[in-house]
Ligand binder design. Structure first.
Ligand SMILES: Nc1nc2c(ncn2[C@@H]2O[C@H](COP(=O)(O)OP(=O)(O)OP(=O)(O)O)[C@@H](O)[C@H]2O)c(=O)[nH]1
Length: 495
Protein backbone atom coordinates (compact mmCIF):
# COMPACT_ATOMS: atom_id res chain seq x y z
CA UNK A 1 0.00 0.00 0.00
CA UNK A 2 1.42 3.39 -0.99
CA UNK A 3 1.67 6.32 1.40
CA UNK A 4 -1.43 7.90 -0.12
CA UNK A 5 -3.59 4.88 0.69
CA UNK A 6 -2.00 4.45 4.12
CA UNK A 7 -2.82 8.02 5.04
CA UNK A 8 -6.28 7.84 3.56
CA UNK A 9 -6.98 4.64 5.44
CA UNK A 10 -5.57 5.99 8.71
CA UNK A 11 -7.49 9.23 8.62
CA UNK A 12 -10.70 8.29 6.88
CA UNK A 13 -10.95 4.55 7.49
CA UNK A 14 -11.02 3.67 3.80
CA UNK A 15 -8.58 3.58 0.92
CA UNK A 16 -8.82 4.31 -2.77
CA UNK A 17 -9.70 0.74 -3.72
CA UNK A 18 -12.66 0.82 -1.33
CA UNK A 19 -13.66 4.12 -2.84
CA UNK A 20 -13.44 2.61 -6.28
CA UNK A 21 -15.57 -0.33 -5.12
CA UNK A 22 -18.10 2.10 -3.73
CA UNK A 23 -18.04 4.08 -6.92
CA UNK A 24 -18.57 0.85 -8.90
CA UNK A 25 -21.34 -0.26 -6.58
CA UNK A 26 -22.94 3.12 -6.88
CA UNK A 27 -22.83 2.98 -10.66
CA UNK A 28 -24.25 -0.54 -10.69
CA UNK A 29 -26.98 0.45 -8.29
CA UNK A 30 -27.92 3.55 -10.15
CA UNK A 31 -28.04 1.52 -13.36
CA UNK A 32 -30.18 -1.03 -11.57
CA UNK A 33 -32.34 1.74 -10.23
CA UNK A 34 -32.86 3.27 -13.64
CA UNK A 35 -33.59 -0.20 -15.10
CA UNK A 36 -36.21 -0.67 -12.44
CA UNK A 37 -37.67 2.72 -13.19
CA UNK A 38 -37.84 1.88 -16.87
CA UNK A 39 -39.42 -1.46 -16.05
CA UNK A 40 -41.88 0.23 -13.76
CA UNK A 41 -42.84 2.77 -16.37
CA UNK A 42 -43.29 0.04 -18.95
CA UNK A 43 -45.35 -1.96 -16.54
CA UNK A 44 -47.50 1.02 -15.76
CA UNK A 45 -48.01 1.73 -19.41
CA UNK A 46 -48.96 -1.86 -20.14
CA UNK A 47 -51.39 -2.15 -17.30
CA UNK A 48 -52.90 1.26 -18.00
CA UNK A 49 -53.10 1.47 -14.27
CA UNK A 50 -54.32 4.74 -12.77
CA UNK A 51 -52.88 3.84 -9.38
CA UNK A 52 -49.30 4.97 -8.86
CA UNK A 53 -46.87 2.14 -8.25
CA UNK A 54 -43.45 3.66 -7.57
CA UNK A 55 -40.57 1.23 -7.68
CA UNK A 56 -38.48 1.48 -4.57
CA UNK A 57 -34.80 0.86 -5.11
CA UNK A 58 -33.48 -1.64 -2.58
CA UNK A 59 -31.17 0.84 -0.92
CA UNK A 60 -31.97 4.18 -2.37
CA UNK A 61 -29.13 6.16 -0.79
CA UNK A 62 -26.89 3.40 0.47
CA UNK A 63 -23.92 4.76 -1.38
CA UNK A 64 -23.89 8.44 -1.90
CA UNK A 65 -21.05 9.44 -4.07
CA UNK A 66 -20.68 13.15 -4.58
CA UNK A 67 -20.77 12.77 -8.32
CA UNK A 68 -22.85 10.08 -9.82
CA UNK A 69 -22.15 10.91 -13.38
CA UNK A 70 -19.82 12.98 -15.39
CA UNK A 71 -22.47 15.51 -16.16
CA UNK A 72 -23.23 16.18 -12.51
CA UNK A 73 -19.59 16.51 -11.82
CA UNK A 74 -19.12 19.03 -14.54
CA UNK A 75 -22.01 20.92 -13.02
CA UNK A 76 -20.32 20.79 -9.65
CA UNK A 77 -17.25 22.39 -11.08
CA UNK A 78 -19.11 25.41 -12.24
CA UNK A 79 -21.77 25.59 -9.57
CA UNK A 80 -20.39 25.21 -6.08
CA UNK A 81 -22.57 22.98 -3.98
CA UNK A 82 -23.29 23.74 -0.33
CA UNK A 83 -21.07 20.81 0.75
CA UNK A 84 -17.52 21.87 0.16
CA UNK A 85 -15.80 19.69 2.69
CA UNK A 86 -14.06 17.16 0.53
CA UNK A 87 -14.28 18.74 -2.84
CA UNK A 88 -11.72 21.48 -3.26
CA UNK A 89 -12.19 21.49 -7.00
CA UNK A 90 -15.71 22.68 -6.53
CA UNK A 91 -14.72 26.27 -6.02
CA UNK A 92 -12.98 27.32 -9.20
CA UNK A 93 -14.93 30.50 -9.51
CA UNK A 94 -13.24 32.10 -6.57
CA UNK A 95 -11.08 34.99 -7.66
CA UNK A 96 -7.46 33.94 -8.03
CA UNK A 97 -6.32 36.21 -5.25
CA UNK A 98 -8.90 35.36 -2.64
CA UNK A 99 -8.03 33.17 0.32
CA UNK A 100 -9.98 29.98 0.00
CA UNK A 101 -12.37 29.31 2.79
CA UNK A 102 -11.32 26.53 5.08
CA UNK A 103 -13.58 23.71 4.04
CA UNK A 104 -15.52 21.96 6.73
CA UNK A 105 -13.57 19.32 8.52
CA UNK A 106 -13.97 15.94 6.95
CA UNK A 107 -15.20 13.40 9.40
CA UNK A 108 -12.25 12.43 11.54
CA UNK A 109 -11.60 9.02 12.92
CA UNK A 110 -12.22 8.70 16.63
CA UNK A 111 -8.65 9.27 17.63
CA UNK A 112 -8.64 12.61 15.88
CA UNK A 113 -11.86 13.81 17.39
CA UNK A 114 -10.80 13.24 20.94
CA UNK A 115 -7.64 15.29 20.77
CA UNK A 116 -8.05 18.76 22.20
CA UNK A 117 -4.63 19.97 23.09
CA UNK A 118 -4.82 23.48 24.49
CA UNK A 119 -3.03 26.00 22.31
CA UNK A 120 -2.15 28.56 24.93
CA UNK A 121 0.79 27.66 27.02
CA UNK A 122 1.50 29.59 30.15
CA UNK A 123 5.23 30.09 30.39
CA UNK A 124 6.77 28.28 33.31
CA UNK A 125 7.96 30.24 36.27
CA UNK A 126 11.74 30.15 36.17
CA UNK A 127 12.82 27.26 38.31
CA UNK A 128 14.50 28.25 41.52
CA UNK A 129 17.64 26.27 41.30
CA UNK A 130 21.29 26.82 41.71
CA UNK A 131 21.58 26.37 37.99
CA UNK A 132 19.36 29.27 37.15
CA UNK A 133 21.50 31.57 39.22
CA UNK A 134 24.44 30.65 37.11
CA UNK A 135 22.96 32.19 34.03
CA UNK A 136 25.52 34.47 32.37
CA UNK A 137 28.56 33.70 34.25
CA UNK A 138 31.27 32.77 31.88
CA UNK A 139 33.35 35.85 31.27
CA UNK A 140 36.44 34.14 30.03
CA UNK A 141 36.98 35.05 26.43
CA UNK A 142 39.52 32.82 24.76
CA UNK A 143 41.15 34.18 21.68
CA UNK A 144 42.02 30.83 20.22
CA UNK A 145 40.01 27.96 21.52
CA UNK A 146 41.52 25.63 18.96
CA UNK A 147 44.82 25.68 20.82
CA UNK A 148 43.27 26.02 24.25
CA UNK A 149 43.40 22.47 25.47
CA UNK A 150 41.72 21.78 28.79
CA UNK A 151 44.28 22.00 31.56
CA UNK A 152 42.94 18.94 33.29
CA UNK A 153 41.17 16.81 30.78
CA UNK A 154 38.11 15.18 32.28
CA UNK A 155 37.99 11.46 31.83
CA UNK A 156 34.27 11.06 31.82
CA UNK A 157 34.21 7.29 31.83
CA UNK A 158 36.23 7.15 35.06
CA UNK A 159 34.75 9.98 37.00
CA UNK A 160 31.10 9.89 36.14
CA UNK A 161 28.61 8.35 38.49
CA UNK A 162 25.89 6.44 36.75
CA UNK A 163 23.21 9.00 36.05
CA UNK A 164 19.71 7.64 36.33
CA UNK A 165 18.33 10.65 34.51
CA UNK A 166 20.56 10.28 31.51
CA UNK A 167 18.71 10.54 28.25
CA UNK A 168 18.09 7.23 26.61
CA UNK A 169 18.31 7.19 22.86
CA UNK A 170 14.88 5.65 22.64
CA UNK A 171 11.35 6.95 22.93
CA UNK A 172 11.84 8.89 26.11
CA UNK A 173 11.87 12.24 24.44
CA UNK A 174 8.36 11.80 23.16
CA UNK A 175 6.85 11.08 26.55
CA UNK A 176 5.85 14.66 27.28
CA UNK A 177 4.48 15.10 23.78
CA UNK A 178 0.76 15.21 23.35
CA UNK A 179 -0.46 11.69 22.65
CA UNK A 180 -1.86 12.66 19.31
CA UNK A 181 -0.79 15.95 17.85
CA UNK A 182 -2.76 15.70 14.63
CA UNK A 183 -4.80 18.72 15.72
CA UNK A 184 -1.69 20.85 15.90
CA UNK A 185 -0.59 19.74 12.46
CA UNK A 186 -4.07 20.35 11.20
CA UNK A 187 -4.31 23.84 12.71
CA UNK A 188 -0.69 24.77 12.09
CA UNK A 189 -0.79 23.85 8.42
CA UNK A 190 -4.09 25.56 7.70
CA UNK A 191 -2.56 28.47 5.80
CA UNK A 192 -0.15 26.28 3.87
CA UNK A 193 -2.95 23.90 3.01
CA UNK A 194 -5.25 26.65 1.86
CA UNK A 195 -2.54 28.17 -0.21
CA UNK A 196 -1.74 24.86 -1.90
CA UNK A 197 -5.40 23.97 -2.36
CA UNK A 198 -6.17 27.37 -3.86
CA UNK A 199 -3.43 26.94 -6.46
CA UNK A 200 -4.49 23.41 -7.15
CA UNK A 201 -8.12 24.42 -7.57
CA UNK A 202 -7.22 27.19 -9.98
CA UNK A 203 -5.15 24.73 -11.95
CA UNK A 204 -8.03 22.25 -12.10
CA UNK A 205 -10.50 24.97 -13.00
CA UNK A 206 -8.47 25.63 -16.14
CA UNK A 207 -8.32 21.96 -17.00
CA UNK A 208 -9.76 21.12 -20.39
CA UNK A 209 -7.84 18.06 -21.50
CA UNK A 210 -4.58 16.25 -20.86
CA UNK A 211 -2.35 17.91 -23.42
CA UNK A 212 0.97 19.76 -23.46
CA UNK A 213 -0.57 22.89 -21.95
CA UNK A 214 -1.86 20.79 -19.11
CA UNK A 215 1.64 19.53 -18.30
CA UNK A 216 3.10 23.04 -18.58
CA UNK A 217 0.49 24.31 -16.13
CA UNK A 218 1.10 21.36 -13.82
CA UNK A 219 4.85 22.01 -13.73
CA UNK A 220 4.19 25.65 -12.96
CA UNK A 221 1.77 24.73 -10.20
CA UNK A 222 4.25 22.36 -8.57
CA UNK A 223 7.20 24.73 -8.82
CA UNK A 224 5.15 27.57 -7.36
CA UNK A 225 4.14 25.24 -4.56
CA UNK A 226 7.82 24.79 -3.69
CA UNK A 227 8.03 21.06 -4.28
CA UNK A 228 11.29 21.75 -6.13
CA UNK A 229 12.16 21.83 -9.82
CA UNK A 230 13.41 18.25 -10.05
CA UNK A 231 10.39 16.91 -8.22
CA UNK A 232 8.03 18.92 -10.42
CA UNK A 233 9.65 17.53 -13.57
CA UNK A 234 9.64 13.98 -12.26
CA UNK A 235 6.01 14.13 -11.31
CA UNK A 236 5.08 15.64 -14.61
CA UNK A 237 6.99 12.94 -16.53
CA UNK A 238 5.56 10.09 -14.51
CA UNK A 239 2.08 11.49 -14.80
CA UNK A 240 2.27 11.60 -18.57
CA UNK A 241 2.20 7.83 -18.49
CA UNK A 242 -0.18 7.37 -15.60
CA UNK A 243 -2.78 9.84 -16.72
CA UNK A 244 -2.82 8.05 -20.07
CA UNK A 245 -2.89 4.63 -18.46
CA UNK A 246 -5.70 5.52 -16.14
CA UNK A 247 -7.50 7.13 -19.02
CA UNK A 248 -8.06 10.23 -16.92
CA UNK A 249 -10.45 12.53 -18.66
CA UNK A 250 -12.38 14.18 -15.89
CA UNK A 251 -11.05 16.80 -13.50
CA UNK A 252 -11.63 14.42 -10.62
CA UNK A 253 -9.55 11.66 -12.23
CA UNK A 254 -6.73 14.06 -12.94
CA UNK A 255 -6.82 15.52 -9.45
CA UNK A 256 -6.78 12.05 -7.94
CA UNK A 257 -3.80 10.88 -9.98
CA UNK A 258 -1.76 14.01 -9.23
CA UNK A 259 -2.30 14.02 -5.48
CA UNK A 260 -1.72 10.29 -5.23
CA UNK A 261 1.50 10.61 -7.24
CA UNK A 262 2.76 13.48 -5.07
CA UNK A 263 2.10 11.60 -1.87
CA UNK A 264 3.30 8.20 -3.03
CA UNK A 265 6.52 9.60 -4.45
CA UNK A 266 7.14 11.30 -1.12
CA UNK A 267 6.51 7.99 0.64
CA UNK A 268 8.86 6.08 -1.66
CA UNK A 269 11.68 8.59 -1.25
CA UNK A 270 11.43 8.40 2.52
CA UNK A 271 11.60 4.65 2.96
CA UNK A 272 15.09 4.78 4.43
CA UNK A 273 14.60 8.05 6.25
CA UNK A 274 14.87 8.23 10.03
CA UNK A 275 13.15 11.31 11.39
CA UNK A 276 13.98 10.71 15.04
CA UNK A 277 16.48 12.71 17.05
CA UNK A 278 19.63 10.90 18.18
CA UNK A 279 20.87 10.93 21.75
CA UNK A 280 24.06 10.03 23.54
CA UNK A 281 24.29 6.25 23.88
CA UNK A 282 26.13 6.49 27.20
CA UNK A 283 25.95 8.82 30.17
CA UNK A 284 27.78 11.67 28.52
CA UNK A 285 25.73 14.73 27.59
CA UNK A 286 23.86 14.84 24.32
CA UNK A 287 24.78 17.89 22.26
CA UNK A 288 22.56 19.43 19.58
CA UNK A 289 24.14 22.14 17.46
CA UNK A 290 21.72 24.55 15.76
CA UNK A 291 22.79 26.29 12.58
CA UNK A 292 20.99 28.43 10.03
CA UNK A 293 20.67 31.91 8.62
CA UNK A 294 19.48 34.98 10.51
CA UNK A 295 15.91 34.90 11.60
CA UNK A 296 15.22 31.29 10.62
CA UNK A 297 14.14 30.52 14.16
CA UNK A 298 17.20 28.93 15.82
CA UNK A 299 16.91 30.66 19.18
CA UNK A 300 13.17 30.07 19.31
CA UNK A 301 13.64 26.38 18.50
CA UNK A 302 16.34 26.03 21.16
CA UNK A 303 13.97 27.65 23.65
CA UNK A 304 11.08 25.38 22.70
CA UNK A 305 13.18 22.23 22.82
CA UNK A 306 14.69 23.21 26.18
CA UNK A 307 11.14 23.52 27.48
CA UNK A 308 10.26 20.05 26.20
CA UNK A 309 13.25 18.34 27.81
CA UNK A 310 13.01 20.32 30.99
CA UNK A 311 9.39 19.19 31.28
CA UNK A 312 10.58 15.63 30.89
CA UNK A 313 12.85 16.06 33.89
CA UNK A 314 16.08 16.26 31.91
CA UNK A 315 18.91 18.49 32.99
CA UNK A 316 19.26 20.99 30.16
CA UNK A 317 22.01 23.54 29.47
CA UNK A 318 21.90 26.19 26.74
CA UNK A 319 24.97 27.72 25.12
CA UNK A 320 24.75 31.23 23.70
CA UNK A 321 27.26 30.86 20.89
CA UNK A 322 25.65 33.63 18.85
CA UNK A 323 28.04 36.28 20.07
CA UNK A 324 27.76 38.14 16.78
CA UNK A 325 24.28 39.63 16.72
CA UNK A 326 23.49 42.33 19.25
CA UNK A 327 20.79 41.08 21.57
CA UNK A 328 21.13 37.40 20.68
CA UNK A 329 22.64 36.45 24.05
CA UNK A 330 19.88 38.26 25.94
CA UNK A 331 17.26 36.62 23.75
CA UNK A 332 18.52 33.16 24.68
CA UNK A 333 18.80 34.16 28.35
CA UNK A 334 15.18 35.21 28.20
CA UNK A 335 14.26 31.74 26.95
CA UNK A 336 16.42 30.26 29.72
CA UNK A 337 14.37 32.15 32.29
CA UNK A 338 11.07 31.08 30.79
CA UNK A 339 12.18 27.46 30.61
CA UNK A 340 13.95 27.49 33.97
CA UNK A 341 17.23 26.26 32.51
CA UNK A 342 20.72 27.75 32.77
CA UNK A 343 22.47 29.50 29.90
CA UNK A 344 26.22 29.42 29.37
CA UNK A 345 27.10 32.80 27.94
CA UNK A 346 29.90 35.26 27.54
CA UNK A 347 30.35 38.84 26.36
CA UNK A 348 29.27 39.84 22.89
CA UNK A 349 31.92 39.30 20.21
CA UNK A 350 33.76 36.66 22.22
CA UNK A 351 34.98 33.73 20.13
CA UNK A 352 31.85 31.56 19.98
CA UNK A 353 33.97 28.41 20.05
CA UNK A 354 35.22 29.42 23.50
CA UNK A 355 31.65 29.74 24.77
CA UNK A 356 30.91 26.30 23.40
CA UNK A 357 34.06 24.90 24.97
CA UNK A 358 33.01 26.25 28.38
CA UNK A 359 29.50 24.93 27.90
CA UNK A 360 30.71 21.43 27.01
CA UNK A 361 33.04 21.35 30.01
CA UNK A 362 30.22 22.43 32.26
CA UNK A 363 27.79 19.96 30.76
CA UNK A 364 30.26 17.16 31.45
CA UNK A 365 31.31 18.19 34.93
CA UNK A 366 27.78 19.00 36.12
CA UNK A 367 26.12 15.96 34.60
CA UNK A 368 23.81 17.71 32.21
CA UNK A 369 21.74 15.46 30.00
CA UNK A 370 21.43 17.80 27.06
CA UNK A 371 23.36 20.78 25.79
CA UNK A 372 21.63 22.88 23.12
CA UNK A 373 23.98 25.22 21.26
CA UNK A 374 22.55 28.32 19.58
CA UNK A 375 24.84 29.81 16.94
CA UNK A 376 24.94 33.04 14.98
CA UNK A 377 22.86 33.40 11.83
CA UNK A 378 25.39 32.64 9.22
CA UNK A 379 24.99 33.74 5.68
CA UNK A 380 25.77 30.62 3.80
CA UNK A 381 27.93 32.44 1.29
CA UNK A 382 30.23 33.93 3.93
CA UNK A 383 33.12 31.54 4.02
CA UNK A 384 34.63 32.95 7.21
CA UNK A 385 31.45 32.37 9.13
CA UNK A 386 31.20 28.84 7.82
CA UNK A 387 34.73 28.13 9.00
CA UNK A 388 33.77 29.41 12.41
CA UNK A 389 30.95 26.95 12.50
CA UNK A 390 33.25 24.09 11.61
CA UNK A 391 35.51 25.16 14.45
CA UNK A 392 32.64 25.05 16.94
CA UNK A 393 31.85 21.54 15.80
CA UNK A 394 35.47 20.45 16.15
CA UNK A 395 35.62 21.82 19.69
CA UNK A 396 32.55 19.80 20.65
CA UNK A 397 33.83 16.58 19.09
CA UNK A 398 37.25 16.96 20.65
CA UNK A 399 35.67 17.04 24.12
CA UNK A 400 32.88 14.56 23.42
CA UNK A 401 33.83 12.24 20.54
CA UNK A 402 30.23 11.14 19.83
CA UNK A 403 28.89 14.68 19.89
CA UNK A 404 27.24 16.61 18.47
CA UNK A 405 24.60 13.91 18.13
CA UNK A 406 22.62 16.27 15.91
CA UNK A 407 23.58 19.20 13.72
CA UNK A 408 20.18 20.71 13.11
CA UNK A 409 19.76 23.14 10.29
CA UNK A 410 16.92 25.52 11.03
CA UNK A 411 15.09 26.63 7.89
CA UNK A 412 12.30 29.14 7.59
CA UNK A 413 9.60 27.16 5.78
CA UNK A 414 8.14 30.28 4.25
CA UNK A 415 11.29 31.07 2.26
CA UNK A 416 10.58 28.36 -0.29
CA UNK A 417 13.33 27.43 -2.70
CA UNK A 418 15.80 29.67 -0.90
CA UNK A 419 15.57 27.25 2.01
CA UNK A 420 16.59 24.45 -0.33
CA UNK A 421 19.72 26.25 -1.50
CA UNK A 422 20.61 27.14 2.11
CA UNK A 423 20.30 23.49 3.03
CA UNK A 424 22.62 22.45 0.18
CA UNK A 425 25.31 24.90 1.22
CA UNK A 426 25.13 24.30 4.96
CA UNK A 427 25.23 20.58 4.38
CA UNK A 428 28.51 20.88 2.49
CA UNK A 429 30.20 22.56 5.45
CA UNK A 430 28.66 21.02 8.51
CA UNK A 431 27.14 17.69 7.50
CA UNK A 432 23.68 18.53 8.68
CA UNK A 433 22.01 15.54 10.33
CA UNK A 434 18.50 16.91 10.37
CA UNK A 435 16.32 19.85 9.52
CA UNK A 436 14.04 21.94 11.68
CA UNK A 437 11.42 23.55 9.49
CA UNK A 438 9.92 26.58 11.16
CA UNK A 439 7.02 28.92 10.49
CA UNK A 440 4.91 26.34 8.76
CA UNK A 441 1.98 28.02 10.45
CA UNK A 442 2.66 31.05 8.27
CA UNK A 443 2.40 31.55 4.55
CA UNK A 444 4.60 28.62 3.65
CA UNK A 445 3.65 26.56 0.63
CA UNK A 446 4.51 23.44 2.60
CA UNK A 447 5.76 21.78 -0.58
CA UNK A 448 9.31 22.50 0.59
CA UNK A 449 9.04 19.38 2.74
CA UNK A 450 8.70 17.31 -0.43
CA UNK A 451 11.65 19.07 -2.04
CA UNK A 452 13.85 18.54 1.00
CA UNK A 453 13.19 14.83 1.01
CA UNK A 454 13.10 14.18 -2.72
CA UNK A 455 16.10 16.29 -3.59
CA UNK A 456 18.29 16.53 -0.50
CA UNK A 457 17.51 13.39 1.43
CA UNK A 458 18.10 15.14 4.74
CA UNK A 459 15.46 14.11 7.25
CA UNK A 460 13.20 16.80 8.66
CA UNK A 461 13.20 16.10 12.40
CA UNK A 462 11.24 18.93 13.94
CA UNK A 463 8.66 21.40 12.72
CA UNK A 464 7.73 24.79 14.13
CA UNK A 465 4.01 25.38 13.98
CA UNK A 466 3.86 28.65 15.92
CA UNK A 467 5.76 31.02 18.18
CA UNK A 468 4.71 29.57 21.53
CA UNK A 469 6.81 27.29 23.72
CA UNK A 470 4.69 24.31 22.84
CA UNK A 471 4.52 24.84 19.10
CA UNK A 472 7.33 22.49 18.20
CA UNK A 473 6.59 18.98 16.99
CA UNK A 474 8.61 15.93 16.14
CA UNK A 475 8.19 15.66 12.43
CA UNK A 476 5.65 13.01 11.51
CA UNK A 477 5.59 12.66 7.72
CA UNK A 478 2.13 11.09 7.57
CA UNK A 479 0.49 13.66 9.79
CA UNK A 480 2.27 16.39 7.92
CA UNK A 481 1.13 15.15 4.52
CA UNK A 482 -2.39 14.72 5.81
CA UNK A 483 -2.31 18.23 7.31
CA UNK A 484 -1.07 19.67 4.03
CA UNK A 485 -3.28 17.84 1.55
CA UNK A 486 -6.23 16.92 3.75
CA UNK A 487 -9.13 17.84 1.47
CA UNK A 488 -7.29 16.64 -1.57
CA UNK A 489 -6.56 13.25 -0.02
CA UNK A 490 -9.97 12.75 1.50
CA UNK A 491 -11.71 14.11 -1.55
CA UNK A 492 -9.42 12.72 -4.22
CA UNK A 493 -11.05 9.35 -4.60
CA UNK A 494 -14.51 10.61 -3.91
CA UNK A 495 -14.77 12.59 -7.05
N1 LIG B 1 5.03 31.86 13.36
C1 LIG B 1 6.19 31.32 13.73
N2 LIG B 1 7.20 32.13 14.07
C2 LIG B 1 8.38 31.57 14.45
C3 LIG B 1 8.56 30.16 14.47
N3 LIG B 1 9.84 29.93 14.86
C4 LIG B 1 10.41 31.14 15.07
N4 LIG B 1 9.55 32.14 14.84
C5 LIG B 1 9.77 33.60 14.92
O1 LIG B 1 10.80 33.96 14.01
C6 LIG B 1 11.52 35.09 14.48
C7 LIG B 1 13.02 34.79 14.43
O2 LIG B 1 13.29 33.74 15.31
P1 LIG B 1 14.71 33.58 16.04
O3 LIG B 1 14.61 32.38 16.88
O4 LIG B 1 15.15 34.85 16.67
O5 LIG B 1 15.64 33.30 14.79
P2 LIG B 1 17.23 33.05 14.78
O6 LIG B 1 17.47 32.06 13.72
O7 LIG B 1 17.69 32.71 16.13
O8 LIG B 1 17.75 34.45 14.33
P3 LIG B 1 19.21 35.09 14.60
O9 LIG B 1 19.39 35.11 16.06
O10 LIG B 1 19.11 36.45 14.00
O11 LIG B 1 20.18 34.26 13.89
C8 LIG B 1 11.01 35.33 15.90
O12 LIG B 1 10.10 36.40 15.85
C9 LIG B 1 10.29 34.04 16.27
O13 LIG B 1 9.23 34.24 17.17
C10 LIG B 1 7.45 29.32 14.07
O14 LIG B 1 7.50 28.08 14.01
N5 LIG B 1 6.30 29.96 13.71
Amino acid sequence: MGLFDRIKKAFTGKDSSEDKDLEKKSTVESEKESDQKVESTEQTDVEQNTEETPVEPEEPAAVETPEESESTEEKAVTEPTPEPETKPIEKPEEPATSEPEEPEEPEQPEKLAEVETPKTVVPEEPKESEDSEETVESETPKEDTESAEPEQPVDVSDTEEPNEDAVEPTDTETEAEPKDDIKEYDEGLKKSRNSFSARFNRFLANFRSVDEDFFDDLEELLIESDVGYETAMRISDELREEVKLENAKKRSDVSNVIVQKLVDMYGEEGKEEDNSLKFSADKTPTVFLFVGVNGAGKTTTVGKLAHRYQQQGKKVLLAAADTFRAGAIEQLQEWGKRDGVPVQASKAHTDPASVVYDAVQRAISEDFDILLVDTAGRLQNKEGLMRELEKIKRVITRELPDAPQEVLLVLDGSTGQNALSQAKQFNETTQVSGIVLTKLDGSSQGGIVLAIRNELHIPVKLVGLGEQMDDLRDFDPEKFIYGLFKELIVGASNK
